[in-house]
Ligand binder design. Structure first.
Ligand code: FAD
Ligand code: EPU
Length: 340
């Protein structure tokens, strides 16, 4: 039976370093302990928070329930052919350590996703993405435990309904499953993805055909370190808002007023705007309220250097949303999930 810790401070378990207390906290090392933790919550009628690295949550207040910290470990090659390996990874493994492991072993595809904090089990929740690659591009399937029925279910790529920072686990199946493992389909032959302009620029001194996945990973790490604060020193959750996706017609009107508007094509109907640019233009970069700040090097990142309560962070977020709405008529949506 895993150890249930009552009245547990989870400040060290969320990268915004918000001080908050959970009624109960339990760390689970395997699927059996996970089932026992879920049974405890059911018997005690406790709300659940399934926790990985805590790098994409905002704790609004103390958590009146059970926090299950998923710490399951292990990884296995479950299939292989001349071109690909299928790697099954337990949910509690650290994402970036996985990226390093794959590069060290000659399995390619994760290099653009280097240095994203958090666990493997959380990666499908918002279909993590960076520098031109999303989880869905390397995803084969996942296993997840249904919290109500206790049944283990396999989800294919299609059934996960991945989108930009989206999956079925944030929509129709929100709070219904614990992801226990993720299987990735990786390449044995290097094939690098260099669509992201900042990445191409960073590697401009190497002939494109000679660029290795290791060099892509190193470049991604360098770009990230130049603008994203390390949560160990300056608490944050990465991008605080999603980049808004708006209809092309609205975009054309906006661009007449703001010719410098930073945008990315989505499809024939929609355009994605750089939320960091909008927040920056609204005058928030480097500013803040009550010890919570908008990061000087990347306005899409809110930081919590004074380790203030979640409600203060959410107050700043509301003010930013209102400013951007007023100036551009665009509604920002938060990326991290708010608890309770
Ligand atoms: P947590 O914060 O612990 O949880 C996030 C959500 O997932 C919660 O709702 C939680 O209940 C749920 N969850 C976690 N584990 C499971 C599980 N096993 N089963 C079911 N539900 C689960 N994200 C990007 O996409 N791209 C980036 O480039 C990026 N850069 C970042 C940079 C920094 C500095 C930081 C701090 C964050 C960044 N993020 C980025 C956000 C974050 O790293 C990802 O969302 C990551 O996947 C969160 O993992 P986690 O284990 O910390 O999740
Ligand atoms: N910009 C500004 N001012 C700022 C910040 C950004 O003008 O203060 C402009 C930049 O000049 C650039 C554009 O906005 O032209 C985009 O900035 P950046 O390249 O830093 O990327 P982003 O759109 O802000 C997204 C993801 C990141 C991901 C990077 C790289 C979202 C919400 N964020 O950021 O993901 O790492 O692209 O792919 O999609 C996360 O989700 O937590 C995260 C960090």
């Amino acid at each position: 039976m895993p150890l249930f810790l009552p009245h547990f401070n989870i400040q060290k378990f969320n990268t915004l370093a918000v001080p908050a207390v959970a009624d109960y906290f339990v760390s689970v090392q395997n699927d059996e302990e996970l089932r026992e933790a879920l049974a405890f919550a059911k018997t005690e009628k406790l709300p659940l928070l399934i926790l990985g690295g805590g790098s994409n949550i905002v704790l609004r207040a103390d958590f009146p329930g059970l926090v299950i910290h998923v710490k399951t470990r292990g990884l296995d090659i479950v299939a292989e052919n001349d071109e690909h390996v299928w790697l099954k990874v337990e949910a509690g493994e650290n994402w970036h350590q996985l990226v390093e492991y794959t590069l060290d072993n000659g399995y390619y595809g994760l290099e653009n996703l280097s240095l994203i904090p958090g666990s493997v089990g959380a990666a499908p929740i918002q279909n993590i993405g960076a520098y031109g690659v999303e989880l869905k591009d390397v995803f084969a399937e996942l296993a997840a435990l249904n919290i109500q029925s206790g049944l283990m279910v396999t989800f294919t790529k299609e059934s996960c309904q991945f989108g930009y920072r989206e999956s079925i686990f944030k929509q129709a199946l929100k709070d219904q499953y614990v992801i226990t493992s993720v299987t990735l389909k990786l390449n044995k032959t290097p094939a690098v993805s260099l669509q992201y302009p900042a990445l191409r620029t960073a590697l401009a001194n190497i002939p494109p055909r000679e660029i290795s996945p290791g060099q892509v990973s190193a470049a991604v790490i360098a770009i990230r370190q130049s603008k994203l604060p390390d949560p160990q020193t300056i608490p944050n959750v990465g991008s605080f808002f999603k980049n808004p996706v708006i209809p092309k017609g609205q975009f054309e009107v906006l661009r007449m007023q703001f010719p410098q508007l930073v945008s990315y094509p989505v499809d024939n109907l929609y355009i994605k705007l750089a939320a960091g640019w909008l927040i920056d233009q609204a005058g928030w970069r480097g500013r803040g309220i009550d010890g919570v700040r908008v990061h000087q090097d990347q306005a899409l990142v809110l930081t919590n250097p004074d380790k203030r309560e979640g409600k203060v962070i959410l107050q700043l977020a509301d003010r930013i949303i209102a400013s951007v709405q007023e100036m551009f008529g665009v509604t920002l949506e938060m990326e991290p999930r708010v608890y309770p």
